[in-house]
Ligand binder design. Structure first.
Ligand code: AMP
Ligand code: GLY
Length: 420
């Protein structure tokens, strides 16, 4: 099978790493890829948001199967264009990607299928939004409706913060993504992520994870794309997973199918858990980053069979082979991230590190310059360990971190603290 993966982050490095190990994978191209991905696949420059460019590239390279990593090409309808050209794709249609691209859409789906979630309202007028907030009181959550690279959510502790957030969003801080705001009841509890494959009809859970969104130790400081993650998430017991499948996931997938927009791909449910019950915070329509790095270490080569079977609508015939294992991923970011940071600093020590089914340093934002690896993004590396216990996975991940020589980078030393 000739396979094309779209994306360039740690998530796509982990997907490529798992897929490459499957003997059914003949040729593997990742577009655009990064310096770490280049060690195990061909990298190709390609505008992955262009439906025409991606389709043409896939045809020219006799690609049999495309795996779409990030949300932006999904929201841009790249999967629809590929399917129209007869190419097998893992990833939802543009219509089904609305589950991530519009928060109001997701809330409507939840209401229609009875999935538990925070009470909510939507507004396209700032005055009305503010009146509603004043009536509800704080704490309260204000969200730009559309895709805002994870930055469009303000969890307001005071009324003033919530009112400011409305101003900021309607002032255009997130462009078109902020044409509407969604205001939600604040939910307390513990957050966890649940990953489920859906072929449009059948659903297959493929793992749980918890991530650390804040930049600072003890989960403090500004939000980031994620500074580390571990899998499985102890808070999502088997019983609770079964309940989430019954109350949230299957009803959502059935509702999407009944609307003529079946969801095919990975549904990443962000859940808030309190008192043994889970409510939906949000859906993403792709793997989480860095949750994916931890998940892929656990799934390994079978990932390709799962994604391919999902795309072909054969999920009901598949099962996951679980090992009794744990994985933990620690992100190294450029100093200054998530604010301003410098690009181009050199990273050394990577060559001497082990690369096997227990240790992998996935690259998130790296480039090669004259034979050297340099940082080219905010989140740069994801050192990932796997072991029989979370403590062992943790020890292996941090042993990798300690072997990396990158004075201009930093990481949190406490990834996994809640579960350890
Ligand atoms: P989202 O992009 O919708 O996942 O929101 C980002 C983060 O904001 C979530 O991971 C939660 O930590 C927090 N959040 C979002 N909605 C709520 C809510 N209704 N109650 C409490 N926290 C929330
Ligand atoms: N780690 C959070 C995300 O990928 O959205």
């Amino acid at each position: 099978m000739n396979i094309l993966i779209l994306g360039s982050g740690g998530r796509e490095h982990a997907l490529a790493w798992a897929i490459r190990q499957n003997p059914k994978c003949d040729r593997l191209i990742v577009a655009p890829g990064n310096a770490g991905i280049a060690d195990l696949a061909e990298c190709a420059a390609l505008d992955i948001l262009s439906r025409a460019a991606v389709t043409e590239f896939a045809q020219e390279n006799a690609i049999d199967f495309v795996v779409i990593g990030p949300e932006a090409p999904l929201a841009a309808g790249v999967s629809d264009a590929l399917r129209a050209a007869g190419i097998l794709v893992f990833g939802p249609s543009q219509a089904a990607a609305q589950l991530e691209a519009s928060k109001a859409f997701t809330k409507e789906i939840c209401d229609a299928c009875g999935a538990p979630t925070a009470a909510w309202a939507r507004f396209s007028d700032a005055g009305e939004a503010k009146d509603y907030i004043r009536r509800q009181g704080a704490p309260i959550v204000v969200k730009a409706d559309g895709l805002a690279a994870g930055k469009g959510v303000v969890v307001a502790e005071t009324l003033d913060q919530a009112l400011d957030a409305v101003e900021m969003i309607f002032d255009g801080a997130f462009g078109a993504a902020g044409a509407e705001v969604v205001i939600e009841e604040f939910m307390s509890g513990e957050e966890a992520s649940f990953f489920v494959l859906s072929d449009g009809e059948y659903c297959l859970p493929i793992g749980t994870a918890q991530d650390h969104k804040r930049v600072g130790e003890g989960d403090t400081g500004p939000n980031t794309g994620g500074m580390g993650a571990y899998s499985p998430a102890p808070v999502l017991s088997d019983a609770l997973q079964a309940r989430v499948m019954d109350e949230i996931i299957r009803p959502t997938v059935a509702e999407m199918a009944s609307r003529g927009t079946p969801f095919q791909g990975v549904l990443y449910a962000g859940l808030m858990i309190e008192g043994g019950r889970a409510r939906l915070v949000e859906y993403n329509v792709r793997f989480g980053d860095p949750e994916c790095q931890a998940l892929m270490m656990r799934l390994g080569a079978q990932l390709l069979d799962l994604l391919h079977g999902c795309a072909e609508g054969r999920l009901d015939q598949l099962a996951v082979n679980w090992a009794e294992d744990h994985a933990l991923s620690v992100v190294m970011a450029a100093q200054g991230y998530p604010g301003d940071y410098r690009k181009g600093s050199e990273i050394s020590g990577l060559d001497a590190l082990p690369e096997d089914s227990f240790h992998m340093v996935f690259h998130a934002g790296t480039a090669e310059r004259e034979g050297r690896i340099v940082a080219s993004g905010g989140r740069v590396l994801a050192a990932t360990g796997r072991g029989a216990s979370l403590a062992e996975a943790h020890q292996r991940a941090y042993a990798l971190i300690d072997g990396i020589d990158w004075p201009e980078g930093f990481c949190r030393r406490d990834i996994g603290w809640r579960a350890l």
